[in-house]
Design a binder for this molecule. Structure first.
Ligand code: MCN
Length: 757
């Protein structure tokens, strides 16, 4: 039995090749001069001293990149009244105006990193400062400064989903209405590996080569093609190891376009290695959505309607996936696990003078689950009823599937009551009062919170996922797939799926996803789709390979094809001991057993019930997670160890946002005040102890593996469960309203001001 993951040995022994490990002969080094202000006109740029600096090859500014088109951003949907998304465009280097602190103004290319950095300091930029807005609420206020002249009121889209008329009627007939506003705070993705790239141009072939940290080469090629103005097949995106993605390595970034442009102009490769400061300033950021939610209840306490009014901060420019994440990404599970057709959401997408916002683990679904599950728990409390039984009353019953929600999406299966029951048992739900009293004796405030979340996994923009399988001499099999592994263990789980069909050892299977030697179309890793979608395609491809092998084996064994069967890695003449292994067959018939295959599988709906108990020390404001139960339905599980790791990672990421992480822009100056790990706290493994993971799998029929995604479920479930627990504990000290993060100082201050009231 394999211990750990196939990729572990390589990475733990330092043999992984990350973006900055790539070098090419003759490469030059890039450094970006970034705006030191949030909003200003660029009056002039004088780069003459920088150009004259020893070692400098060239300096590029906005006026030098005229042949590059704007970075793309689109949405396959319209807004209220047919409103189209307004995309004001984003140049690779600022042109005429800077719109957030960190906007790239110039790129210096030099013979060394140090020379490029030194020269950047010699560039004189004259700015004319403009007023800045950093919150979405500021941006939609009357008379607010405009981030882009062409976007009236800073509103790029007024989006809606659900049935507004039915929802109004439900609220009119409600016995009770419960309301809650919540702020899903802004966070910085912070993968271990800061961004970087190495751009090269092959003039003879007219080919661009971009080595970078990516979640999927095919997706990035399509985005690059829009900027470079060449077909995607003239571009290769190349990566081995990617040191974490979390959504913020999904999209193309301006620096990559500028580096490729420079490589072509200069006739030599250009390498850029970003810093942690640049991660904070110029990576896409996550969340930042304010929601006002309302529930309509009937006299028995059943939910009969729900509506949400959301304000989403998209930053200074539209990131390619920013609009999608903040519309469809949010409403694809609009009414959660509840049987409510009267549901409606309005989301206003707003520009501000901050770093662009796009996907961050969960990509919209944690915004929905947080707004809804905070509201539901609040309603149970208002009614003075048990939070679990309040939810149960409104669940979609198991018999009601397939179930189409008001937003138009169809859940295929689920057993929400079954999930709830298992979670209640694992959490010893009825024993909470005793634990709370015991904690009180120790001077601790103990609180409990629940979420019964659902999310959509498996969305993908590309129409198909193409895969290939090629045999190597020596009996190894290489899988080629479009979805990039950046921590999720795909080398192991994809090999597991293929090995299960072909009967060859997992160790003889290799995965390639972003190399110059192949060209596949398909979806990037995102939306927790890799195993359910690409894993399923690989499984079918392996089955096709076996079919192909039957006729080749018949030929080799001199038998009729109908007499040959495939059992545990061998083609055998039925009822005899004459056989040949698939590896030997591949060796004898070089290339003939290789296969190219494509298919597409779409959204599945993993769900779960998470129950958190936390304790707060009122003297210090310090919080501790005393117990955490996650009962999840991920359909069929391919690899339990990896799924457990994914859940732990997701929960910890959720806990990071709840307890410590917060990106803060100064409201006056627009400066990022939390630009380093000195000011921005990251969660560590010890944050989420006492974790109990329970499964309640209901295999989906929507893909051949019967799997649902798990990569983001931990976040979607934990944000509301943990904050509900924080609120419950704080109520013990008289605090009624509190927003993330529950850092010791903020908790302590909240308790102190509640005491004073
Ligand atoms: N798996 C399984 N059985 C299932 C579901 C999944 O065995 N029923 C396994 C899969 O085979 C895969 C892993 O669990 O090895 C995660 O699978 P999946 O849910 O398909 O998600 P993806 O592989 O597509 O990963 C994407 C998801 C996203 S969108 C973000 S963001 C994220 C995440 O995964 N970023 C991560 N997990 C991360 N983990 C690490 N270490 N680093 C990141 O950047």
């Amino acid at each position: 039995m394999l211990k750990g993951r196939l990729e572990d040995q390589r990475m733990l022994t330092g043999r992984g090749r990350y973006v900055s490990d790539w070098t090419l002969p003759g490469q030059a080094y890039a450094h970006f001069l970034r705006s030191d202000r949030a909003h200003a006109e660029i009056v002039s740029i004088d780069a003459s001293n920088a150009v004259a600096h020893p070692g400098v090859v060239e300096v590029f500014t906005g006026k030098d990149i005229g042949s590059l088109k704007s970075l793309p951003a689109a949405l396959p949907a319209k807004g209220r009244g047919g409103m189209e998304l307004i995309n004001p465009g984003r140049p690779a280097l600022a042109q005429g105006r800077v719109r957030f602190a960190g906007d790239a103004v110039a790129m210096v290319v030099a013979e060394s990193v140090a020379a490029a950095q030194d020269a950047a300091e010699l560039i004189a930029v004259e700015y004319r400062d403009l007023p800045a807005v950093v919150t979405a609420a500021q941006a939609v206020a009357a008379g607010a400064p405009l981030v882009h002249g062409g976007v009236p009121g800073n509103l790029v889209l007024d989006y809606e989903s659900g049935d507004e008329a039915k929802t109004c009627a439900a609220f009119q007939g409600a016995a009770r209405i419960v309301k809650l506003s919540v702020d899903n705070s802004r966070v910085v993705g912070n993968p271990m590996e800061p961004r970087g790239c190495l751009g090269a141009y092959d003039a003879a072939q007219g080919m661009y080569h971009l080595h970078t940290c990516t979640q999927g080469a095919s997706n990035m090629r399509t985005q690059l093609s829009a900027v470079l103005g060449v077909p995607p097949d003239k571009i290769r995106v190349i990566a081995d190891e990617v040191g974490g993605g979390f959504g913020v390595r999904f999209n193309l970034y301006p620096e990559y376009c500028a580096a490729l442009h420079a490589a072509k102009q200069l006739g030599r490769p250009v390498k850029w290695t970003g810093t942690r400061s640049e991660v904070f300033l110029a990576d896409e950021q996550g969340r930042d959505v304010m929601t006002h939610g309302e529930l309509a209840l009937d006299a028995s306490g059943r939910i009969i309607g729900m509506r949400f009014d959301m304000l989403a901060n998209l930053g200074a420019y539209l990131a390619p996936t920013g609009p999608f994440v903040n519309t469809i990404g949010i409403i694809n599970c609009l009414s959660g696990v509840y049987d409510v057709q009267a549901a409606y959401a309005r989301i206003r997408l707003v520009l501000t003078n901050t770093a662009p916002i796009a996907a961050y683990r969960g990509a919209g679904r944690p915004v929905m689950s947080y707004a809804l599950e905070r509201l539901v728990e609040h309603a149970a409390r208002e009614l003075g009823v048990d939070a679990a039984e309040f939810r149960r009353k409104s669940f979609i019953p198991k018999s009601a599937f397939p179930y189409r929600i008001a937003a138009g999406f169809e859940y295929d299966c689920g057993d929400f009551a079954g999930v709830l029951d298992k979670a209640l048992a694992a959490a010893d739900w009825s024993g909470f009062t005793a634990r709370k009293s015991e904690a009180a004796k120790r001077g601790r405030l103990r609180g409990r919170g629940m979420s019964t979340y659902i999310e959509a996994t498996g969305a993908g923009f590309a129409p198909q996922d193409q895969v290939e399988m090629r045999w190597e001499s020596g009996g190894g099999l290489t899988l080629y797939a479009p979805t990039h592994n950046h921590g999720q263990g795909h080398e192991t789980t994809f090999a597991q799926v293929v090995s299960g069909v072909l009967g060859i050892p997992m160790e003889s299977i290799r995965l390639r996803t972003a190399g110059p030697e192949f060209y596949l179309l398909g979806n990037a890793t995102g939306g927790s789709r890799s195993i359910l979608a690409v894993g399923s395609v690989l499984m079918l491809a392996a089955q096709e390979m076996v079919k192909k092998g039957l006729s080749l084996a018949a030929d080799e064994l001199e038998a009729a094809e109908g007499d040959v069967e495939f059992v545990q890695g061998r083609f055998r003449i039925k009822g005899t001991d004459r056989s040949i292994t698939i590896q030997s067959l591949a060796g004898k018939r070089e290339g003939e057993l290789d296969i190219a295959y494509a298919n597409k599988f779409g959204a599945t709906f993993p769900n779960g019930c998470h129950i958190a108990e936390i304790e707060i020390d009122p003297e210090t404001g310090d919080s501790e997670i005393a117990s955490y139960v996650a009962c999840d339905d991920a359909g069929n599980i391919i690899n339990h160890q990896i799924v457990e790791g994914q859940m732990q990672g997701g929960l910890t990421q959720g806990a990071g946002q709840v307890f410590m992480e917060l990106a803060v822009y100064d409201r006056e100056s627009g400066q990022l005040l939390t630009g380093s790990f000195m000011d921005y706290a990251m969660p560590r493994a010890g944050l989420v102890g006492h974790m109990k993971l329970v499964h309640h799998p209901l295999p989906t029929g929507l893909n051949p593996l019967g799997a649902k995604g798990v990569g983001e479920a931990g976040v979607t479930g934990s944000l509301p469960a943990l904050m509900n627990a924080v609120l419950d504990a704080l109520r013990g000290a008289g605090v009624e309203h509190f927003e993330m993060p529950a850092s010791p100082l903020r908790v302590w201050q909240a308790i102190r001001s509640a005491k004073r009231m």
